[in-house]
Design a protein around this ligand. Structure first.
Ligand code: FNR
Length: 342
């Protein structure tokens, strides 16, 4: 099967698979504040992520590229959404385009449609320093995402089987690029021990991309004739992963992603300690099913709802929202207690 076809399969299966796992947000309860002392007009959604500043605390996460006309059109649509909302957007893995020049236009369309926007490059952790630099240059990226996708590789028959030396590779990428490096998972989460290692080698942003959203084990299994269902119930739920990493108080910015579906998930992520939030699958589904204009409307609506929640909580900024008291129940509470997270 060609790499181009694999990209198209990922899109089609991501549009179909149902959300079977929990992201853990139903175990996060925000303490109501009857005396908020604030007003909707003074709520400020702006946020800083490492050296980057955004006007809203959410962005479109890495999805696709390299799949020919269909992905080029899709990326163009996603970029229009990002431009109109003035939010950052990450391109999909550029590993294919680094090997094959003819695939570059499917990524470049994002920079072309967002000439002044914040765009993230994306490579796998197997990338060499030269490949990482080339991916940034290809789209004049403002930051570089390095994805960790061990489970996806293991589930793919044609996937990698060797995962040694990754932290060293991440370290050399950090040392030789002059934009911030964001390390992300692809839907299985990041634990606090790994987060500590990533912070030690100079990563500026960690995006947990936990379980409960797009499930790459399920997507890869669906592509096979002989379904191999290992790893479909694998991963650290996003709410747990954010709480674990936040508890380390590392000198990194923290992004919650994986199963973020509405404004309340975003609010809960920030109360757990995230600085910002990212969404992939739901934006893809919205653009494919409802078009660009409706997707912009939906995300604008999320922004307005966030302002309502923040007003109700007396938390007019992202920093104050991070300090809002919460109560954890059920599985999330149990997990964090077992792991000794305060
Ligand atoms: C992805 N994701 C992804 N991540 C990455 O770092 N590089 C990539 O090339 C891709 N490709 C990709 C394709 C498609 C079709 C989807 C839906 C997703 C993973 C994505 O960035 C994100 O981490 C997960 O999808 C979890 O977030 P959601 O979808 O639950 O919001």
């Amino acid at each position: 099967m060609s790499r181009q076809q694999r990209k198209i399969d990922h899109i089609d299966h991501a549009l179909q698979v149902s959300l079977q796992q929990s992201s853990g947000f139903s175990d996060v309860h925000i303490v109501h504040q009857p005396l908020p002392e604030t007003d909707v007009a003074s709520v400020d959604l702006s946020v800083e992520l490492g050296e980057l500043s955004f006007s809203s605390p959410f962005y479109i996460n890495a999805m696709t590229g390299g799949g020919g006309e269909r992905t080029e059109k899709l990326n163009g649509d996603l970029a229009e959404v990002a431009r109109e909302l003035d939010i950052p957007i990450a391109v999909g893995s550029q590993m294919a385009a680094l090997k094959n020049d003819s695939e570059r236009s499917t990524y470049k369309v994002i920079r072309d449609r967002c000439p002044n926007g914040i765009v993230f490059a994306n490579v796998g952790s197997e990338a060499t320093v030269d490949q990482a630099r080339a991916s940034i240059d290809m789209i004049e990226a403002n930051a570089l995402q390095v994805h960790l996708n061990v489970i996806q590789e293991l589930v793919m028959p044609e996937g990698d089987r060797t995962f040694t030396g990754t932290i060293k590779k991440v370290e050399s990428i950090v040392q030789s690029t002059d934009v911030p490096v964001i390390v992300k998972e692809v839907g299985f989460g990041i634990n606090r021990e790994a987060a500590r290692q990533l912070a030690e080698v100079g990563v500026s942003v960690i995006d947990v991309a936990g379980s409960g959203g797009t499930n790459f084990a399920e997507i890869e299994n669906r592509r096979r004739k002989d379904p191999y269902t290992h790893f479909e119930n694998w991963g650290i739920p996003t709410a747990v992963s954010v709480a674990e990493v936040a508890s380390e108080q590392l000198p990194v910015s923290l992004v919650a992603s994986g199963g973020i579906r509405d404004s309340l998930d975003i609010i809960k992520s920030i109360t757990l300690g995230a600085d910002a939030v990212a969404m992939a699958g739901p934006v893809l589904k919205s653009v494919e099913s409802n078009g660009v204009a409706s997707t912009i409307e939906w995300l604008n609506h999320i922004r307005e709802e966030m302002k309502m929640y923040m007003t109700a909580l007396g938390a007019p900024t992202i920093h104050t929202l991070q300090k809002t008291p919460i109560v954890l129940s059920g599985f999330v509470h149990h997990w964090l207690q077992e792991r000794g997270v305060d």
